[in-house]
Structure formats: C-alpha cells, structure tokens
Design a protein around this ligand. Structure first.
Ligand SMILES: [Zn+2]
Length: 223
C-alpha cells in the first residue's frame, strides 16, 4: 500500500466515517461474495478512489467483511491500467536504437515518460555505464512509477515506457507496443559513434541474440 493511501486510512476523518458506515450497515457485510463471512470489520469504496470514487461520501461506502474487501482490492490493483485513464505505449529496442529520439518526436507536453536513462541522469549516474553502483536506486525509482502506472494512478493521459529488455512486452503493461529497431549494423554504428563502452556493445549483442530474428509484426517499425 503506498504511503499516501496509508495516511488516508489512518486519518481522523476516515476513522470517523468508517465507524458511521459500519453502524449504518449493522456491522453486516454488504458485498456477499462466495467467501463472505457476513461480519463486517472493514469499509469498502463502491467506486474505487483510483477510479474517481468519492473518498468520504457515505453513499460510496459500504460495510464489508475482510474476505470480500480483499477480493475487490486484488481485482482492481494489478490490472487497473487496462481500463485506466492512461494510454501506455511500450517502446522496445536494443540500446542505441533511437528509442528516446522516437519518444521525443511523438510525445506531447504532459506525457509521462518512463526512461531508465533519464532517471539515471537525474540521480547523478552515467546512464551509459552498465551495472553501476546507483543501479538499485535507479531501479527502485523506476519501479515506483511503473507500479503507479499499473494501478492507473498517475493521472497522465499518455505514458511511454522505454525498455531495452528483449522481453519487455512480457514484463510491462501497455496498450500499444512499438519496436524501434534499425538493424544491428546501424545500432552498432550508433554506439561506436557515440563512444559507448564495451559492456554497452555486449548489451546490444545480447538483445539481438535474445530476439533471434528481428521482429516483423504489424506494430513494429524499422527506423
Ligand atoms: Zn463479505
């Protein structure tokens, strides 16, 4: 549970309204799932706050047993992005393919851009140095944003996730996916011209090994 939510549930206002709703509903669960225990000890938001439901309006609240409330949280948490307000585009491709250039050319002001390299730079690391000491911190920052995206909580209209992971389309949420892959010769040339270190070149080779053949599905673009 994110700390913002934790603060909310321990607030004085919430505790007061929670008690009112439990008393109104006679401490009886109003959800009646097949695992219902009948005895309400919790209060459930009928329309989740993350979907715009009112936090404190008793009309949006009902008494719930632990089982029914947990079942609802599990359903709404992991896949909220699928129906959330944010359209997520996943940008895949090897290092030095031009993913960042693609996003800069297509993103609009206010778009959320989740880019490991940009986070690394903002935290003081050289993004082109693989396996540096700040990696855990950079990863933690990125994962925190990705978690918010999965829950549909960022408030952005559009989000872009950039990833050089060859299996990114199996790891990240997205509504559309674009593979930026100008071909291994061009990518190696880009890396060489930018003076990238040896382990960066290795990462490029690993991407192509993992992908085996370049993708040629309808959503991919080669440039
Ligand atoms: Zn119940």
């Amino acid at each position: 549970m994110p700390s913002k939510q934790r603060d909310f549930y321990s607030s004085h206002t919430w505790r007061k309204i929670r008690l009112q709703v439990l008393e109104r509903d006679g401490y009886t669960c109003q959800i009646h799932s097949n695992r219902c225990t009948r005895t309400a000890t919790q209060v459930d938001h009928i329309v989740p706050v993350t979907k715009g439901g009112a936090k404190y309006d008793p009309n949006n609240l009902r008494a719930s047993c632990k089982n029914c409330n947990l079942g609802r949280i599990d359903r709404t948490r992991g896949d909220a992005w699928q129906t959330g307000p944010t359209h997520i585009t996943l940008i895949m491709g090897p290092p030095a393919a031009g993913k960042n250039t693609y996003v800069q050319q297509h993103a609009q002001p206010g778009d959320l851009i989740v880019d490991y390299d940009a986070i690394a730079t903002s935290l003081g690391a050289d993004p082109h140095q693989r396996g540096h000491d700040l990696h855990p911190a950079i990863n933690a920052a990125r994962n925190a944003i990705l978690r918010q995206l999965r829950r549909g909580e960022t408030g952005a209209t559009r989000a872009w996730i950039l990833s050089a992971n060859p299996e990114a389309d199996r790891r990240f949420p997205y509504h559309s996916v674009i593979t930026v892959d100008p071909g291994i010769d061009q990518v190696l040339e880009n890396a060489r011209r930018a003076g990238r270190p040896r382990d960066y070149i290795d990462a490029i080779n690993r991407w192509y090994q993992a992908r085996q053949a370049p993708t040629d599905n309808a959503s991919s673009r080669s440039w």
